[in-house]
Design a protein around this ligand. Sequence first.
Ligand SMILES: O=C([O-])CC(=O)C(=O)O
Ligand SMILES: [Mg+2]
Length: 590
Amino acid sequence: MESTMKEMRDGVSVLDLDPKSTVGGGVEDVYGEDRATEDQLVTPWTFSVASGYSLLRDPQHNKGLAFTQNERDSHYLRGLLPPAVVNQELQERKLMNSIRQYQVPLQKYVAMMDLQRNQRLFYKLLVDNVEELLPVVYTPTVGEACQKYGSIFRRPQGLYISLNEKGKILEVLKNWPERSIQVIVVTDGERILGLGDLGCQGMGIPVGKLALYTALGGLRPSSCLPVTIDVGTNNEELLNNEFYIGLRQRRATGKEYSELLHEFMTAVKQNYGEKVLVQFEDFANHNAFDLLAKYGTTHLVFNDDIQGTASVVLAGVVAALNLIGGSLNEHKFLFLGAGEAGTGIAELIALEVSKRTKVPLEETRKKIWLVDSKGLIVSSRKDSLQHFKQPWAHEHEPVKDLLSAVKAIKPTVLIGSSGVGRTFTKEVIEAVSSYNEKPLILALSNPTSQSECTAEEAYTWSEGRAIFASGSPFDPFEYNGKVYVSGQANNAYIFPGFGLGLVISGAIRVHDDMLLAASEALAGQVSKENYDMGLIYPPFSNIRKISAQIAASVAAKAYELGLATRLPRPADLFKYAESCMYTPNYRSYR
Ligand SMILES: O=C([O-])CC(=O)C(=O)O
Ligand SMILES: [Mg+2]
């Protein structure tokens, strides 16, 4: 490959990429044919990109000042850039300096989103500074970003499918510039984190989740599609906000809603085939369970809030046994919140105990209790309970609130999945700490404002005895001369590796055993050093290795279950997963 440019067409040049620069280039390389349309392919490393001014406006190929003098010559960039050539490392250092100057988290978020004009630099920052930038592009800041999405809106990201697009969804999918989509994250914005109905402004969530798919799980950015389904919003404040970006109407429900969703799911399969993964995110309870049940048998679907959260929490609980003692079946669980996360986690724990002990699921469920807004879920309430709560209606006299439930049940593990902040009061934490030497307390709701308690509260009120993790991150906290570092029990540990495992095996359905495999893989990554610090999750700094481990376990399970279509099965799935991961280093254009 000698020539730098094979031809010019309509301002589009065909470039040779230096194959050396693609080392670790990942899913890109494995699916190299996906990167460009057939007619643009001249050699495996040659495809069309814009040139000149358009190249600087093309997020996938733009390198800013990192274009070398040779590249500037060969791609009509001379004069369009100042003379200095600044390599990617220096660009990264400069940007991190400037992001650190911002005091307001939302400013950091906007700066990161603006950086998507140079996709590889955006991902380089995120991969290299994952612990620092996760709270910026993800929870908690993404929650505030969604609340103010209309005001901070600069340019559209992702695909908006509203009621206006009914009957035309397939055409809308074809408007998206990328053809080879592997993962879609879709929301209808009705239950964004613990913040409620944010309508069309929920788009921040699919965008953020998919940024993590790439940074943490190594999926190619061009294979990821964020989608927001806009059926209106019941959020009066947004309906009256002049900057609101969505349909100004109350939510469509019933047939109108399900028809739009069905058209979307049908169009997705028609356009991208059966191996595209659709991740449902932040739907309200009343749709989430039904959508998962309905499409789970016909599509490759996964509900992050039900299944991803369950898998990450099960991993944390299993890991925590090393600190709190006992085996899984000896523990008693009490949840505040009986929605997607609560019942999803409860079911996966019951399933794991059942597998370990060979005790039937109906029995293993009995050590798991849930409290909702009406009190403890008990058998006398059965007739008025939504279907997903019914398996948890055990025999017990009515109990009206969490504190009384703690006193009645005496759980060893307390889990907050309520979406309501500060509900683990001093009395609740003191009570659970009075029955347990080391209570396991998980405050899962997001963002930070909705966390059931803070790290400081959990450690102080348990007199430093709690093993604590939360959905949104808390800074280390010093108490009685000891520094307590808490883990982040967030589905971000699971979904990127889980999705990678499905993609590399060509899985066509998600199975519960894959979630258990992912949990086990994650729990297996917690080191003695982590345990010594009281942690039940490994640090995010190691997340790409962890994701590859999870991917390998999930893929192995897909092959075992006969759900994998990519044949032959790679001998070493971990190595294969790693080799498939996108790395954001610049490529050189020769
Ligand atoms: O997005 C997060 O941080 C975790 C999650 O799925 C949720 O809270 O809905
Ligand atoms: Mg979610």
